[in-house]
Design a protein around this ligand. Sequence first.
Ligand code: PLP
Length: 373
Amino acid sequence: MINTEEILRDTYVKVDLGRIAENMALIRGMAGPDVAVMPVIKANGYGHGAVQIAPTLMEAGASYLAVATLTEALELRDAYPDYPLFILGHTPDRLLHYAAENCITQTVFTLKQAQILADAARRAGQTAKVHIKVDTGFHRLGQIPSDAFADEIAAMFQLNSLEVEGIFSHLALAGDAEDEEQFGLFMDFIEKLENRGCSFRYKHLADSIACVDAPRYRLNMIRPGALIYGMIGFEKGHLPVKQALTFRSAISQLHRIPAGEGVSYDYLWKADRDSVIATLPFGYADGYPRNMRDKGYVIIEGVRVPIIGVICMDQCMADVTDVPGVCEGMEAIIYGDGSDGSMTIEDASHLAGTNKNDIIARIMARPPRVYVK
Ligand SMILES: *Cc1c(COP(=O)(O)O)cnc(C)c1O
């Protein structure tokens, strides 16, 4: 039998639920009483574990929990029969009935989608809730504002067993002028719909960056993702959120090698002095960027040590010659909150040439997660 409480690997992700609660409280406070907060916990809660963090977010005042896909929503529905759940993405017509049957609010952008949901809801004795997606320039999901689209939306309001609860769009964050143009298109379209008698309980546009930087884009609901986890992307505003996740490992073996020896595939790194090399049991299959070679580092006993040589699938090596008293089993901090000199998610994104969400999304698959309060 496996003890599920036991951590079965030395490489694991530690999630501080207290920090997630604090970040959510800061966001709730920033939003004020008139703006609903819908935390985005797609991609398994940005790697933090959607099912595990959901209660913390609900207790801290979330109005809805948003995911990207039907499968993500159904996993949460299984765990929490009563939480309000929202699918930001497209659900294929043949699968829409699952959203209706499971009381999951679905993004729609055609009358046909709304009709399918209404039919399924009626059969299930439910009312399907939808939010309309408007394409204001991103060209990812939704229809651009037009008379024909407005007609479709007005027709949705006539459907039985369907509640058009909200309308939303998404900013490309291409620049202030471009954001303002998208915002203008969105608000004009809403005004036009309201003049036709279509009213929406929720109107939303802002992700993490927009909700901090541009208060007027908050409308009456915001959709923070990165911010929940303490990742900072805003530039103009400020909110002292803190990174909730750390990524940790421990030295599996030490090698004492003479100057001139190579390490790892192709011997791309060679020792220029007699060296102590630590093997660390994490690699690119754990989500550590393979292109961190010659850039990556970990913190061992407070000392910053470089990752050396080619990063392998499951392991990598670090030069620990300068760590006093180094021994096998010592902890290595891969990503921390920076307070100990560790590499933050932000640092990692710069070094790997990508963004923060990509760095944490990559850690998802293999390493176990450990939760602390
Ligand atoms: C992922 C997502 C968000 C959250 O984005 P962050 O940048 O992480 O805050 C908000 N809205 C939509 C539609 C999304 O897909």
